[in-house]
Design a protein around this ligand. Structure first.
Ligand SMILES: C[S@@+](CC[C@H](N)C(=O)[O-])C[C@H]1O[C@@H](n2cnc3c(N)ncnc32)[C@H](O)[C@@H]1O
Length: 289
């Protein structure tokens, strides 16, 4: 069997199993097995596959057939132009979260110096990107999951920002070192926000493979935003809060932040036009920089 034939058969097998991105997935997995860029497949359609290559490919195709996300199978996902190692211990970073990064970078100038906290760091996507984009920042990356912190630590080493990122196992902000009280430049988060009653409606890829701890929040899904709102005194005057929210939570989260005393509240849409990021500011000071 050559590359063209194998891709055709696999694409149709994936389609029969209801995968939306059947052809793309077939190509990504094959490029991974052959250790080439995906586009190289298009210039070698006639190349026959060796038996060991076919075996390796079939094993990956089977995993995808069980709805395991491609990013876990490949062990990597790009976020804000950088590679992040990912596996079943962490949420796969989403392009929507890049909007949060854009908004935070707009508010923290290139020469900004100080500490930023990432609540629920997972793979480290947000914390490590901010560290890489802003050399004057120190990041505190919090997560309740010790396993997620292992992944984030490894990613920090790969991205060469380990010297400016601290990792803390913490339920919310409970283990945040006291000395940072009233000094943080920003508190950023993409916390779990899906309600339990939304579980059945999730794609199998997400529901059956990504960590439940990264997805679900109890009751109305807003618990973590309430906790983050309580952290206003941790920020320096003029410091920012920036959180990703579920598509129907923008108004409620702004109301929670307003009630806690945040000002300059705003809501930013993602690439699909869905309200996605809520921003606010601790009043009372010049912009920290
Ligand atoms: C939606 S994921 C976000 C991961 C990463 N920040 C990103 O944007 O790709 C939420 C993260 O919050 C962590 N988490 C869940 N409950 C937590 C808690 N009570 N305290 C701290 N982190 C928590 C999860 O382990 C998970 O890594």
């Amino acid at each position: 069997m050559n590359i063209a034939e194998l891709l055709k058969t696999t694409t149709s097998w994936f389609r029969d199993r209801g995968l939306d991105s059947a052809r793309l997935d077939a190509e990504l997995l094959l490029a991974h097995v052959l250790q080439v860029e995906r586009m190289v497949l298009y210039t070698s359609f006639d190349r026959p596959l060796a038996p060991d290559e076919l075996d390796a490919y079939r094993a990956l195709v089977k995993r995808r057939g069980r709805r395991e996300p491609v990013a876990y199978i490949l062990g990597e996902r790009e976020f804000y132009g950088r590679p992040f190692a990912v596996d079943a211990r962490v949420l796969i970073p989403r392009p929507d979260t890049e909007v949060l990064i854009d908004e935070v970078l707009k508010r923290l100038p290139a020469e900004a110096e100080g500490v930023v906290v990432d609540y629920g760091t997972g793979s480290g996507a947000i914390a490590l990107t901010l560290a890489a984009e802003r050399p004057g920042l120190k990041l505190l990356a919090l997560d309740l999951s010790a396993e997620a912190l292992e992944v984030a630590r490894a990613n920090a080493a790969t991205l060469e920002v380990s010297d400016r990122v601290g990792f803390v196992r913490s339920d919310g902000l409970s283990r945040l070192p006291e000395r940072f009280g009233g000094t943080l430049l920003a508190l950023v988060a993409n916390p779990p926000y899906i309600r339990e009653d939304e579980r059945a409606g999730l794609m199998a890829d997400v529901r059956d493979h990504e960590p439940a701890m990264a997805l679900f929040a109890p009751d109305d899904g807003l618990l973590h935003y309430r906790r983050i709102a309580e952290a206003l005194p941790w920020l320096a005057p003029g410091g920012w809060v920036a959180v990703e929210v579920g598509h129907e939570q923008g108004e409620a989260v702004q109301a929670i932040f307003a009630q806690a005393g945040f000002t300059e509240l705003s809501l930013r849409e993602d690439l699909a036009g869905v309200p996605r990021v809520v921003l606010g500011r601790r009043p009372g000071g010049p912009p920290p920089a």
